[in-house]
Design a protein around this ligand. Structure first.
Ligand SMILES: NC(=O)c1ccc[n+]([C@@H]2O[C@H](COP(=O)([O-])OP(=O)(O)OC[C@H]3O[C@@H](n4cnc5c(N)ncnc54)[C@H](OP(=O)(O)O)[C@@H]3O)[C@@H](O)[C@H]2O)c1
Length: 237
């Protein structure tokens, strides 16, 4: 790692939006700490492009295991001067609230909300110590818009939006930026093949989204975009 190199921690880095973010950042010579649960998919992501693989380190991390998060963060901040966390990992179901089991409810909240909060909490002391940092949360239009058959997913995203809106005010004084991205439909494996067959042409590409997120991260400016909603040009599906 070069001394002045930027170091970004990306969750859910082996698929969809997280994979595109990792490739985009690594191409721009940002060192990426790429985390997820499935090791084989992490390796495939890293090895897709030899030219950038030197800028990617893989780390297995299940963000629903919050104790491990604090342990792993301590190890990582001793090794890398992480300047940005991209909370991207997430899961969804597309079923009516009446059908969702309590196990499903707990699992989505544990990953999308509590896991993301745990990572944020584990890194704040480090950001304070280094004089600043950036937290980018990949939320969803579902955080603010009614999407039927996505009640728990929407709850998790709205919860993280509320949490980080409060957090932002508490950490401004430490030069910590909190940026919430609310994307609309994006062509990734989170969607069933049936939905992709029907709607892929109307969805945003994860590469376009990643490129936009990189442009926000790399702003060298006195301003901070705090909340951005991004939709396909044709609007929601
Ligand atoms: N695609 C869309 O239309 C869309 C729109 C708005 C927002 N989003 C958000 O964008 C983010 C990325 O989604 P995507 O569309 O790219 O979906 P995806 O291709 O299914 O990717 C989800 C990622 O999250 C990781 N993940 C899931 N559970 C995890 C856990 N317990 N611990 C660690 N990592 C975990 C997965 O890796 P492992 O399974 O290997 O852990 C995978 O890398 C999500 O937060 C999603 O809500 C997506």
């Amino acid at each position: 790692m070069k001394k002045q190199q930027k170091n970004v921690w990306i969750t859910g880095a082996n698929s969809g939006i997280g994979k595109s973010i990792t490739h985009q950042f690594a191409q721009n010579d940002v060192f990426c700490l790429a985390t997820a649960r499935r090791e084989d998919a992490l390796f495939r992501m890293k090895n897709e492009n030899d030219a950038i693989s030197k800028n990617i380190e893989l780390l297995l991390l299940d963000i629903s295991k919050t104790d491990e998060i604090f342990e792993i963060t301590n190890k990582m901040i001793n090794k890398y001067d992480v300047d940005c966390l991209i909370n991207n990992a997430g899961i969804s179901t597309f079923t009516p609230a009446e059908i969702d089991t309590i196990e499903t409810v707990k699992s989505i909240i544990n990953i999308n909300l509590i896991g993301a909060i745990a990572l944020i909490k584990s890194l704040i002391p480090h950001f304070k110590k280094r004089g600043g940092g950036t937290i980018i949360n990949i939320l969803s239009v579902a955080a603010t818009k009614v999407l039927t058959n996505s009640s728990i997913y929407s709850t998790s995203k709205a919860g993280l939006l509320a949490y980080t809106n409060v957090l932002r005010e508490e950490v401004r004084k430490y030069n910590i930026k909190v940026i919430n991205i609310l994307p609309g439909a994006t062509k990734t494996p989170i969607w069933s093949s049936e939905m992709l067959n029907k709607y892929a042409a109307k969805m945003m590409s994860p590469e376009d989204l990643a490129s936009f997120i990189y442009s926000i991260y790399s702003l060298d400016s006195t301003l901070v975009p705090e909340e951005i909603t991004i939709r396909p040009i044709g609007g929601d599906l």
